[in-house]
Design a binder for this molecule. Structure first.
Ligand code: C2E
Ligand code: CA
Ligand code: CA
Length: 434
């Protein structure tokens, strides 16, 4: 496998290809390929297994590379395939579909069959003046926005160099926050037994030039500066205010909860404590209706200190603590041992293929049992199909969230959704159960 640094792709390989393409009035496309489950394969099986499968994936992808220098390994889990001198971008879609098919096939290792699904993010230089950096950034944005497994690829068109957009992401983001341009969307959470909507997860969106920049693209920039504190405070205030709005809407008085994602950078900061405490008293909302979601990264630097901060939020302010993407990392047990969590948010990778993957079913069963034995409630994320919902309902009495129920909605659509879609959903889930 040809290992290439990101820097040499950006500074030498791609500029060379872009120049050749411009001379021939053609374009260049790149496809970034990521294997989210490789870490898990290494951890649960062995590094030898992971290496062998990665090599097999490399051969599958290299069969599609036009020249020897078109495929690069740019990081432990990422390949970059360059498609040089393209006549048009239709070929890019065909290439993606073909790659997707090739990478969905199972791999063999020592007589065993193993799956290692890939995510693909692509971009092309259809516009004049595209730089290598723009191409890479667009492909990374596409990669970050791939949700679920069908299709497991996205294309993001590289834009002409626009210094006002990505060049200085942080100052753009600062402006967006100061101009109150960020939006909070809400994704419903459903009780699996009653089919009732019981709460929402607040998810931040950055609308920009007719599109939404997804949070997993801009939050990492925010985390490198004080912007993350502004975003966190803003999302807490708005999410809690939304609860009060719902209370005033004559929806039958159900006390919905709202879950807010909190970056590890904010945990332990006095400003987080004050922000939560202010929001609850300004909007007069019972503290247990606010759920603070934290992923494993929040506990990585200093588990004891992070656990102490969490427990303080819970015991002094009365909010609930949820461990997000649970089951994905390596230290879930250590965290749950120290943090008085109220909720486990089981990662979508165990739910999406639940109905056709026995291993997912077994892992989910043990995570649910863990929650039950500790008296911690569970939310299954990533319910995308009625098949996986049925399989989930057979195992869990907890809650669920996913595109099958609803995508994240703008706050102003919540009332309509609750009055119409949520009622239909409840009725259909009840009939399914009887
Ligand atoms: P998360 O907390 O795991 O949020 C769930 C993500 O999965 C959301 O993506 C949601 O739209 C998506 N999702 C929901 N249902 C399904 C499904 O059925 N299938 C699949 N494949 N995906 C589903 P989104 O909104 O792009 O958020 C991405 C991540 O960004 C979130 O992951 C969260 O970690 C982070 N995030 C979002 N808003 C904020 C925020 O205000 N602050 C911080 N610190 N992080 C945020
Ligand atoms: Ca979350
Ligand atoms: Ca999650």
């Amino acid at each position: 496998m040809q290992s290439t640094t990101h820097q040499s792709l950006r500074n030498s390989i791609l500029p060379r290809q872009l120049k050749a393409a411009a001379q021939h009035r053609r374009c260049v496309a790149i496809i970034l390929i990521k294997f989210p489950s490789l870490h898990e394969i290494n951890a649960r099986r062995s590094y030898d297994t992971g290496d062998s499968i990665l090599r097999q994936a490399w051969y599958r992808v290299s069969a599609m590379a036009k020249y020897d220098d078109c495929l690069h390994q740019t990081g432990g889990v990422q390949f970059c395939l360059v498609l040089p001198l393209l006549e048009n971008t239709v070929i890019l879609e065909l290439a993606l579909a073909k790659l997707d098919d090739a990478l969905s096939l199972p791999y063999e290792f020592e007589g065993e069959t193993i799956f290692m699904p890939a995510k693909l993010g692509a971009s092309s230089s259809a516009d004049i003046g595209i730089q290598a950096e723009d191409l890479l950034l667009a492909a990374e944005t596409a990669l970050a926005s791939v949700r679920g497994s069908s299709p497991s690829w996205k294309i993001h068109q590289a834009q002409r160099p626009r210094p006002e957009l990505f060049r200085d992401m942080q100052s753009e983001l600062r402006n967006a926050i100061e101009n109150n341009e960020l939006e909070l969307f809400y994704q419903p959470q459903i009780d699996l037994k009653s089919g009732r909507c019981v709460g929402f997860e607040a998810l931040t969106r950055w609308p920009h030039l007719g599109t939404y920049i997804p949070p997993d693209v801009f939050i990492p920039y925010a985390e490198q500066s004080d912007l993350i504190f502004l975003i966190t405070n803003w999302s807490i205030q708005n999410a809690v205010r939304q609860l009060q709005n719902l209370d005033n809407m004559d929806l039958g008085g159900y006390p919905f909860s709202v879950s807010v994602n909190i970056s590890g950078r904010c945990l332990g900061e006095e400003c987080l404590y004050n922000s939560i405490s202010n929001a609850l008293s300004i909007w007069n909302v019972a503290p247990e209706r606010l759920i603070i979601e934290l992923t494993e990264t929040a506990f990585m630097e200093d588990l004891d200190a992070a656990a102490k901060s969490c427990n303080r939020l819970k015991h002094e302010l009365g909010v609930k603590i949820s461990l997000d993407d649970f089951g994905m990392g390596y230290s879930g047990m250590e965290i749950i041992h120290k943090v008085c969590a109220d909720e486990l948010k089981i990662d979508k990778s165990f739910i999406q293929d639940l109905h056709r993957n026995e291993r997912s079913e077994k892992i989910l069963t043990s995570l649910l049992a863990l929650g039950e034995s500790l008296g911690i409630s569970t939310v299954a994320e990533g319910v995308e199909s009625s098949e996986s919902l049925r399989a989930l309902q057979a195992l869990s009495n907890g809650q669920a969230q996913g595109f099958l129920f609803s995508k994240a909605l703008k706050g102003r659509y919540l009332k309509d959704w609750l009055k119409n879609d949520a009622r239909r959903l409840r009725a259909s889930m009840r009939t399914q159960l009887t």
